[in-house]
Ligand binder design. Sequence first.
Ligand code: HEM
Length: 483
Amino acid sequence: MTQGPLTTEAGAPVADNQNSETAGVGGPMLLQDQHLLEKLAHFNRERIPERVVHARGAGAYGTFKVTADVTPYTRAAFLSEIGKETEVFLRFSTVAGNLGAADAVRDPRGFSLKFYTEEGNYDLVGNNTPVFFIRDAIKFPDFIHTQKRDPYTGSQEADNVWDFWGLSPEATHQVTWLFGDRGIPASYRHMDGFGSHTFQWQNEAGEAFWVKYHFKTDQGIKNLTAQEAEVLAGKDPDSHQRDLRESIERGEFPTWTVQVQIMPVADAATYRFNPFDLTKVWPHADYPPVEIGKLELNRNPENVFAEVEQAIFSPAHFVPGIGPSPDKMLQGRLFAYADAHRYRVGINADHLPVNRPHATEARSYSRDGYLYDGRHKGAKNYEPNSFGGPAQTDRPLWAPTAVAGSTGNHVAPVHAEDDDFVQAGNLYRLMSEDEKTRLVDNLAGNIAGVSRADIAERAIGNFRRADEDFGKRLEAAVQALRG
Ligand code: HEM
């Protein structure tokens, strides 16, 4: 920052930043005090709408390095060579809390990654969980309404949360995960990340594969118990944000080992689970994760508002060789994010330094709008043109997907072993006795806060259907708490 006198926004020197101008000593203030008016007006406009979900977060820049040859599966240029490095920006977040909420709460964590590749920015907007609560985007606004503040009480309400989960049995797997040990990570550094959805990779020969991404923390998994989190959230609401910034300041750069599960397209139709159902994992025994890279965070943003609050990530930001799957959640997200960005940051949000491509440039014919910076100068604003303007490549980014049948509000296809409870039950049975006890206690503590017995009973019924023992223990624990 250059030094020099304080100025107005127009650059004129300011004579007094302590005393506003008045008509005489002790008199009313004057409209001609441009500095005062500008200061008050700018202050009133300092906030932009917070994200409707994942409002609370922290971010850092870093590097992704390729460690395995994945060219048989994808032609994405940033994955083309072992040793190749790409700049990234990663924003971590919680889901339900507002902008000023505490970090140490039981909630999934967002894991939004922007790869600044030479073929454009690739955004992978995942969570620290491999699955999600619902499997169709049409349910997302209802789900989030139950997680945020009730329109009457203005608070988060256990009744709403458990009413929705009880009536949405597909949530049982993710809820079992959330109330288990990993439901409150000790920091953003000590948790895994997941792309969560199934995505498509396409190789140079045009062959397609279905893939799932995993980011395994090299710091080791560390969690907080419900009691530890309660104390920390009260004492230090910024705990996770501070931990990330300070570790990078100390030169302790957090890293993650990046893995993918790869499914040949021909397997998808007959796989035992619908491979595009976000409430299910692909068990590792079926498709073992293979290591493909290393992710390191090593640079803090200089300005949180400019680089974290105004950062935009969209699941629709793909690059050649990577594309969507027919997962109905992902499909809905392909619309929702860019729409949110236009509302929240504005139509030229992609032009901001954190959001624009860093390893190439955007060459579109979209123009003007609020805060347009004139970057296209006098270039033609239509296409086709005879002035050497950018033109289409004629090569789709990803492979076409085969479709069948008629349009309609179809339930997603159900495969041989699909039901809403099988993987929740498997997760429960994998836990040690101690883990099961903590899971049941965490759930019971929450369900006991529900005011209506039928809502609590329906919610418990879903866990019983996942595993008889799970349901029995939970019912007893809730009864003990309710007296
Ligand atoms: C159809 C379901 C979903 C819809 C409609 C939806 C919509 C949204 C919207 C509107 C935002 C705010 C974006 C912004 O203002 O910049 C957001 C943020 C976010 N969502 Fe979703 N979401 C959905 C499902 C998911 C799922 C399944 C995941 C993870 C697997 C996820 C992860 C995130 C993350 C990490 C953010 C924060 C992005 C950031 O750091 O800026 N969402 N979501």
